[in-house]
Design a protein. Structure first.
Length: 510
């Protein structure tokens, strides 16, 4: 029993001793931790104090720097203000001096104004006295003298204006002629026609001279039947292996040429066969005419023409004007107008189109009433051509006012094509009649003493009376005569009008 209690007591004593030791150990640990915490807090406080002092020093440095900058800027602005103040004071002093100077000048001007007014009054009085004296001396009132002076001034102004207008016109004409010669010369150089005048005969080659007898037929019945059917003269002469077809109608002559070549190739030549072949050839001519129109448009480079318009164009192949083939003439006009339009920066295609169709009315002048320009304009309108082409067709002979520069180019190209050497020929009767018409037209003007048509009708020289026409009026008279010639006379190319004014003084010594 006793041995059992002793271990228990020992255990209890051990537990108490262990707890006390443990308590002391824990107390020492708490004290150490407390001391460590106090040390950390003290270190943190010291570090915070250090940071605060450092921040305070930096703030003081920044404040000092900002203050120095402010003081420098303030000093700079103060100096600038002082300079501005000095300048303002200087400007103010200058303005004061100017105000004083203006005040003095104003006083001087007022004084001068009073002097001028006084002198003006004296001058007005002197003028009134002089006008009164002049009226007494001349016997005219001031209004009458003024009217006379204005009339003299008006006459003098008109004379000076006439001379000035003549000078300007001469200079403009010289410049325009120079440029026109350059453009037209270049156009003519770029285009050269192969044929000038259309022939009125066609030569048919024969395989042998025996064919001549077959063409003539027994007692000439074949040749008579052929001439009756075609309306063309057949000339059988001594020319070997050839006969000649003669006729002024190109279409009839072409029908006769094709028909005769077909008869020669066929070999059967008798009146019935002749009539049959001629009839068939006439029927085939529509196709030939259409192809001729299409070929002409292709050569010139004009596209989009209506088929019927191409047919009328092909008809021109068998139409002549003063011996010149109209289709060839139309192609020439198209090429020339296109070249000139290209040089002037205009629509070259439109100029070619208008030039090709400008004489289209001649293909239908036997079917419709009116001049070829009116008929041509109607055909152009009917078959869808635009206003530029219509105006060029109607106005290339100045029948209507031009609305486009292309109309003037077509007119110029038409004149060039018709006026070049060898292009046209006319009968002696019509030539003489045209010269007489030119002289009569010039003689119809007042002041004309005598007019002479020279250089084959290319120039009119007009002698005027010097007592009725002065130099300025002579210039106007030349323009009036030229305008009347353009309106009333048809001619190829251009006609020069020269007005000559001569004053002769004659005296006799006895």
């Amino acid at each position: 029993m006793e041995w059992t209690i002793y271990p228990l007591i020992a255990a209890i004593v051990g537990f108490v001793v262990g707890w006390m030791v443990n308590d002391r150990v824990q107390g020492s640990r708490v004290a150490g931790a407390r001391a460590l915490a106090e040390q950390i807090v003290e270190d943190a406080r010291k570090e915070a104090e250090t940071i605060r002092e450092k921040a305070q020093l930096e703030a003081e440095n920044e404040w000092h720097k900002a203050r120095e900058r402010f003081e420098r800027e303030t000093a700079h602005r103060r100096a600038e203000m002082e300079r501005l103040e000095v300048r303002l004071l200087d400007q103010e002093r200058k303005l004061d001096r100017k105000v004083d100077l203006l005040s003095r000048k104003e006083g001087e001007l007022k004084e001068r104004e009073r002097v001028v007014q006084a002198k003006d009054a004296q001058l007005s009085e002197l003028i009134r006295e002089q006008v009164s004296q002049l009226e007494r001396i001349s016997g005219m009132t001031a209004e009458e003298a003024k009217a006379l002076l204005m009339a003299n001034l008006e006459q003098r102004a008109k004379q000076e204006a006439a001379y000035k207008a003549k000078e300007i016109k001469d200079r403009a004409i010289a410049e325009a002629e120079r440029e026109a010669r350059e453009i037209i010369g270049m156009a003519i150089q770029r285009y050269a026609a192969e044929q000038a005048v259309e022939s009125t005969v066609s030569v048919i080659s024969l395989p042998s001279n025996d064919m001549k007898g077959r063409i003539i037929g027994r007692e000439g019945r074949n040749i008579r039947a052929f001439e009756t059917a075609t309306g063309v003269d057949v000339i059988v002469d001594d020319t070997p292996e050839a006969v000649i077809l003669s006729g002024f109608d190109s279409l009839r002559r072409e029908i006769a040429r094709i028909a005769l070549e077909r008869l020669i190739a066929d070999g059967r030549i008798h009146p019935a066969r002749i009539e049959e072949v001629v009839k068939k050839t006439r029927q085939d001519m529509d196709k030939i005419i259409q192809e001729a129109g299409e070929q002409a448009a292709y050569e010139v480079g004009v596209h989009g023409l209506q088929p019927r318009l191409l047919y009328y164009l092909g008809r021109l192949k068998f139409r002549t004007s003063f011996g010149q083939n109209v289709l060839q003439h139309s192609k020439e006009v198209a090429w020339l107008a296109g070249i000139m339009a290209g040089e002037l920066g205009l629509d070259e295609a439109m100029a070619k189109r208008a030039g090709l169709l400008h004489d289209i009315g001649k293909a239908a002048d036997h079917e419709m009433e009116g001049s070829h320009t009116q008929i041509g304009m109607e055909l152009a309108r009917r078959y869808g051509e635009g206003p530029v082409v219509q105006n060029a067709v109607a106005g290339h002979h100045e029948g209507v006012p031009p609305t486009s520069v292309i109309t003037m180019l077509v007119a110029a190209a038409d004149a060039i094509s018709g006026a070049r050497p060898g292009a046209r020929r006319e009968t002696l009767e019509s030539y003489v009649r045209r010269l007489e018409k030119l002289e009569e037209l010039a003689d119809s003007f007042q002041g004309v003493e005598k007019a002479y048509a020279i250089q084959a009708g290319r120039e009119i020289r007009v002698m005027v009376r010097c007592d009725q026409v002065d130099d300025a009026q002579a210039e106007q008279l030349a323009s009036d005569i030229a305008e009347k010639v353009q309106r009333e006379v048809e001619y190829p190319g251009q006609i020069k009008v020269t007005v000559i004014r001569e004053k002769r003084a004659v005296a006799y010594a006895k």
